[in-house]
Design a protein around this ligand. Structure first.
Ligand SMILES: Cc1ncc(COP(=O)(O)O)c(C=O)c1O
Length: 388
């Protein structure tokens, strides 16, 4: 028995050789790049959904090292995780927290988004219970056309007055979210910004304009200068990924470095005869006798079952090989062709670089008819994260 220990066991103690590797220096460099592009606007790094699958706490620290002055999350619980880890920068919860969550928001000094009277009342109740020395900072969200969440432009004026009039609260920010900023040709972004500017003017006229205005996601931050205001809220770009496949060639996007790789090791190798078929359903039939490598990852880890039907490939030995037959819950099969010198323990790259070859999250997304966001968010907690 040899004394081989896989990198994942050495670093994390996990026994299965399958892992996600996150290059935190890439996150820091991506945030520093975005800071430079958007200056003098500040950067609020969006680390919701466990940092788009990369790990919220390490990414948050890397983003702060790159110049981010705030963090954005979707849930109060996600903000709590950052606070528990000792992260102290302002953390904005990007949708109005449920009434039940306001207590945690106030306790953890998170910055709530507000767009309803119900949310405002719950926040005031939570603030009153805690007798804070300082006012709770509030950001109002206005719906300028995405129609997901946010108060209408007419409604937000009353909310602004109500927040500004209450000494327990401090009206710190006003923001909106852009629906099509990743489509440079679509004039709707300018329409949304015009609607936002109208709200800004109305608040200024009423003496309730907060100091932090923001609208831009990654696409807005990188390619729509008028959407930057005092702060931008990039998510996908801090992970080194383009907001849309069509934006990959844009110079501001090309400077980004993907931070995430998805790797494993070959667990088993066999020769399978011509005419045999592979995996559930026996949909993949061999025309020639081939070396088939088994890799111990599957849809239980976030490699979609459909990936094999849409031409999904992995890298072994610096070469691309097709995923052969259905992806199963815990394993995939790889057709390495006749006579391939592949052996158990060889590194397999499912997403990332090996030698001169690279499989990107966008490659998966395009094959699967989705976006890179969904690919990285889907990588399950069963894959330990290794930080480099
Ligand atoms: C309100 C808000 N701001 C910013 C972002 C970050 O968007 P992106 O990852 O496209 O930069 C999101 C993500 O969906 C969001 O919901």
């Amino acid at each position: 028995m040899d004394s081989y220990i896989s990198p994942v066991k050495r670093v994390t103690g996990w026994l299965r050789p399958a892992w996600v590797e996150v290059d935190l220096a890439a996150v820091t460099a991506n945030v520093a790049h975005i800071c430079k592009v958007v200056a003098p606007a500040g950067v609020c790094a969006v680390v919701k959904a466990d940092g788009y699958g990369h790990g919220a706490v390490p990414v948050a620290r890397a983003a702060i090292a790159g110049g981010a002055v705030r963090l954005g999350v979707a849930l109060a619980e996600e903000g709590h995780e950052l606070r528990q880890a000792g992260v102290e920068v302002p953390v904005i919860v990007l949708s109005e927290p449920a009434p039940e969550a306001m207590q945690l928001v106030v306790e953890d000094n998170l910055t709530p988004t507000i767009y309803t009277e119900r949310g405002l009342a719950a926040l005031l109740d939570a603030a009153a219970l805690q007798a804070r020395a300082t006012a709770v900072p509030v950001h109002l969200k206005v719906d300028t056309g995405m129609h997901r969440v946010g108060a209408s432009p007419a409604h937000v004026l009353g909310l602004a007055r109500a927040v500004a009039a209450n000494p327990a609260l401090s009206l710190e920010g006003l923001y909106t979210h852009l629906a099509v900023a990743d489509d440079l040709a679509d004039p709707y972004t300018q329409e949304q910004l015009a609607s936002f500017d109208g709200v800004v003017s109305a608040l200024a006229a009423g003496g309730t304009l907060p100091s932090l205005l923001h609208a831009a996601n990654s696409a807005g931050a990188l390619v729509h200068p008028d959407s930057r205001y005092q702060m931008v809220r990039p998510g996908i770009a801090i992970y080194g990924l383009a907001p849309a496949s069509s934006m990959r060639g844009h110079p501001a996007v090309q400077a980004l470095m993907p931070a995430l790789s998805f790797k494993a090791e070959v667990s088993y190798v066999k020769e399978v005869a011509a005419g045999e078929a592979l995996s559930y359903g026996l949909h993949y039939r061999l025309l020639v006798s081939s070396v088939i490598a088994t890799v111990p990852v599957g849809y239980g880890d976030g490699a979609p079952r459909r990936l094999s039907q849409v031409g999904g490939e992995v890298l072994i030995g610096g070469r691309r090989w097709p995923i052969a037959g259905s992806v199963t819950m815990d394993q995939i099969l790889v057709d390495c062709g006749p006579g391939a010198e592949v052996k158990a323990g060889d590194e397999v790259v499912l997403i990332g670089r090996q030698g001169d070859e690279e499989v990107t999250a966008w490659e998966w997304a395009e094959r699967l008819g989705t976006i890179a966001y969904e690919v990285t968010c889907a990588l399950s907690p069963r894959l330990p994260r290794i930080y480099t």
